[in-house]
Design a protein around this ligand. Structure first.
Ligand SMILES: [Zn+2]
Ligand SMILES: [Zn+2]
Length: 470
């Protein structure tokens, strides 16, 4: 017999979560779960979740065979599409954004509609679905993620339902708020009856009583419609973790892609969603496809939904900028910025002059010695100017004495540096004064040194002639 575990029996953990306790109590024997045993020829059939296979694979195959022998009537087709959208919203706006994430509050009539429509999508009860989804968000890409894409595309799409999983492996989540919602509890305890009615009987009745297409109602309005909704929703777990951009954080798998959004009534902006899960929107731009968001907004206008949660644009932009910065850092790290100053040897002035006299084209600029031998013939200002600087401190010449070199010139110069000049020059004193001889430099998020335009060591502030007031 079905018995209910009361909410009060669920003891919270230190982190505020509670263990999932099924409303229907199960036999708790100490036998190891089949999911923890390897696949063998003799036990493979025990690994298969035959009930799920029936609902998501076998019945759709029967539906296809039925469709082959049943012509599709126009009214039935229109009804199937409309019912598809409603049941889809039951999942996206109901199961997902209302119950799993509490991103807005629904009035009782809206809740009843969403629970009924969601039951017509054949994806389990609100309570079961939300529990798994909260786990997926809390433990994304880990062993505790019930549909981790790290186990492969097909595992995250359908494998996790077709092959039995040990429920104890799935990460803990708190569902006490759902246990306090009478609509959720009623739907959970009456799920099989509700699902059979909403998935199959209701569409059969509508098409049969409406225009006499009983079998078409069952096949197109029922079986095949459910199959397409199931596959579309499964895409959120697979495709939305597989294809697309990661504008907010690329450390986990969720991605934004318009194709996934089209397939899933707007759930395809999944990188945003994993960053801001309690936002009632998935798409934040007005032109992006998110009919689930538009529906919730419309329900608010009709007085059916309230407390729509939305992250401040400031918070969203911070995440976007940090990810952009990370990408910039990665790009910067692939470029040649010259040998870091703290890794250069120190050269005496006399040595510098001697080497220059012996034919090595060395130039000191900003306390750094550069070997320009291979560059002389390419110098845009001609050979004579650059030759006149060899063996000298050309800091002033380079910084406006003869020509105020461009930012690009300073960058190029840095790739030619070979030593730091000893003898009172700024860089060398700086280097010597530090305990480990390391020159402090700015580093990016991956620890690479970086230099901003205009901040090159070779660039000096231009001298302004002193004007006497007397
Ligand atoms: Zn996800
Ligand atoms: Zn979610």
């Amino acid at each position: 017999m079905v018995s209910e575990a009361k909410t009060s029996e669920v003891a919270p953990f230190n982190d505020g979560t509670t263990d999932y306790v099924p409303l229907r109590k199960k036999d708790n024997s100490n036998k190891p779960h089949i999911a923890d045993q390897p696949f063998t020829w003799s036990n493979w059939h025990k690994h298969i979740n035959w009930l799920n296979c029936t609902f998501i694979l076998f019945i759709p195959v029967l539906g296809c065979i039925g469709a082959y022998h049943t012509p599709l009537q126009l009214y039935t087709a229109i009804f199937a599409v409309l019912y598809y959208v409603n049941a889809g919203l039951g999942i996206t706006a109901g199961y997902h954004r209302c119950w799993a994430h509490s991103s807005y509050k629904a009035t009782l009539p809206l809740k009843i509609y969403l629970a009924a429509a969601g039951a017509g999508a054949g994806q389990g009860s609100i309570r079961w679905w939300s529990r798994g989804h909260r786990s997926h968000h809390r433990y994304t890409d880990t062993e505790k993620d019930p549909y981790s894409v790290r186990k492969g595309f097909w595992y995250s799409h359908i494998g996790w339902m077709v092959i039995k999983q040990n429920p104890k492996r799935i990460g803990r989540t708190d569902v006490t708020d759902l246990d306090a919602d009478p609509v959720v509890v009623w739907q959970h305890t009456n799920y099989i009856k509700s699902a059979l009615f909403m998935c199959l009987i209701f569409p059969t009745l509508v098409c049969g009583l409406g225009w006499g297409d009983w079998f078409g109602g069952l096949i197109y309005g029922g079986i095949l419609r459910v199959f397409f909704i199931q596959q579309a929703t499964f895409c959120v777990n697979s495709l939305a973790h597989w294809i697309g951009e990661q504008p907010f954080d690329d450390r986990n798998s969720p991605r934004d892609h318009v194709i996934t959004a089209f397939v899933t009534l707007g759930e395809g902006y999944h990188n945003f969603h994993h960053e801001f899960p309690s936002d009632y929107r998935n798409a934040i731009q007005w032109w992006q496809y998110d009919p689930t968001k538009w529906s919730i907004w419309l329900w608010k206008k009709l007085g059916l939904a309230y407390d729509l949660k939305q992250f401040r644009q400031n918070e969203i932009e911070k995440g976007r900028i940090q990810q952009l910065q990370k990408k910039l850092d990665q790009k910067r790290a692939t470029l040649d910025w010259g040998i870091p100053l703290d890794q250069l040897p120190v050269m005496d002035w006399d040595n510098f002059v001697t080497e220059a006299k012996n034919g090595r084209a060395l130039v000191a600029i900003g306390g750094v010695i550069h070997d320009i031998t291979s560059f002389i013939k390419e110098h845009p200002g001609g050979k004579s100017f650059i030759n006149s600087a060899v063996g000298k401190d050309a800091t002033a010449i380079f910084n406006g004495g003869v020509y105020n070199h461009s930012n690009a010139a300073h960058n190029l110069l840095s790739t030619m540096r070979v030593a730091v000049l000893r003898g009172g020059c700024e860089v060398e004193i700086w280097k010597r004064s530090l305990p480990d001889g390391k020159i402090p430099t700015l580093t990016d998020s991956s620890g690479q040194h970086y230099i901003r335009a205009g901040d090159q060591i070779t660039r000096t502030v231009r001298l302004v002639p002193m004007v006497s007031s007397t």
